[in-house]
Ligand binder design. Structure first.
Ligand code: HEC
Length: 293
């Protein structure tokens, strides 16, 4: 293989390795950032929802209870869970890509029913009562999500008024939700988990896209550099060496001895040119001496 091709092949292999490492590293970094962003969004939405519920529970509910006639139960006015669900339904109309669920083993409201993954999560919270939150990744209906969850326990006897024996529940509640599901919960049991789901497909796609852009820019710069190196090698190294090799050949055959070699640069090629020119002069002197004798 010729020197120039050898050299360029070596650079190309190195460049491919460098660009590939750059691409992989930037993908990993972008992916990490995308997931961190999904996590931030999840926590933001989650905490906002909980704050809405806490405001209702701490500030509004006692006032509502004073105003509403005893024995009546209006879920929209009196249940933090209904307020949270209703708030989310409005949010969902504006930003349907996110999901929030009060996933429950046996709920009053059917849409709150936990699916298989959520049941596992609730079970995990039940087994590990010290765990107050949990996060991770999950695939649902072919979509990848980051999720963030907190357990819901039957924390006081008060809960059992509406979720214990159906006969004790407010009449209005039984009318609206029936007496089948959402009852007979036990004190201390983890019955539910609040879960927010943040889609990560778009964020991961964006991470892949920006890594590809970095690889494309790296490759373009490399080809430009390769072209410049090729030109340089051609003009400054290969052509002069070809010329010198042709002159050395001529000198060895005693041809063209009168034409001096021009030294253009004081670099390694210049030094070689000087040496070959000295060889030419020596050859010329030798031949003249031979001719005279
Ligand atoms: C005055 C009645 C009442 C009390 C007291 C009450 N809840 Fe509920 N709860 C409801 C109603 C009604 C719903 C239905 C929510 C909806 O329509 O989305 C509900 C929903 C829920 C849900 C969502 C799953 C489902 O059943 O749809 C959870 C979890 C829950 N309650 C837990 C609790 C806990 C824990 C307590 C005690 C701290 C409690 N509740 C106290 C009436 C009550």
């Amino acid at each position: 293989m010729k020197l120039r091709s050898h050299f360029l092949l070596l650079i190309s292999v190195l460049a491919v390795v460098v660009i590939a490492v750059m691409g992989i590293a930037s993908y990993q970094l972008n992916k990490k950032n995308a997931l961190a962003e999904a996590r931030d969004k999840g926590q933001l939405i989650f905490n906002y929802m909980l704050s809405g519920r806490d405001y209702f529970r701490d500030e509004q509910r006692s006032l509502v209870l004073e105003l509403v006639e005893k024995e009546r139960f209006y879920p929209e006015l009196m249940s933090g869970f209904v307020v949270t669900r209703g708030t989310w339904e409005k949010f969902d109309e504006k930003m349907p890509q996110y999901k929030f669920k009060q996933a429950t083993i046996d709920p009053l409201w059917p849409a709150n029913k936990a699916d298989a993954d959520e049941l596992q999560l609730i079970d995990f919270f039940q087994q590990n009562s010290e765990v107050e939150e949990h996060e991770g990744f999950v695939e649902k209906n072919g979509m990848d999500y980051y999720y963030f969850a907190k357990p819901q326990k039957v924390s006081t006897e008060k809960c059992l008024r509406c979720h214990g024996d159906p006969l004790d529940a407010p009449k209005d509640q039984a009318m609206i939700y029936g007496s089948e599901n959402g009852y007979n919960w036990k004190l201390g049991e983890t019955v539910s988990a609040y879960i927010v789901y943040i889609p990560i497909k778009d964020a991961l796609l964006a991470a892949t896209k920006s890594s590809l852009i970095i690889v494309a820019i790296g490759a373009a710069c490399f080809f430009l550099a390769l072209f410049v190196i090729w030109l340089f090698m051609d003009r400054r190294v290969v052509s002069p060496i070809m010329m010198l090799s042709q002159r050395a050949e001529e000198i060895s055959l005693g041809e063209n001895l009168a034409t001096a070699l021009k030294v253009e640069n004081k670099n390694e090629i210049g030094i070689l040119t000087e040496s070959i020119d000295r060889l030419r002069i020596s050859m010329l002197t030798l031949l003249e001496r031979c001719r005279r004798e």
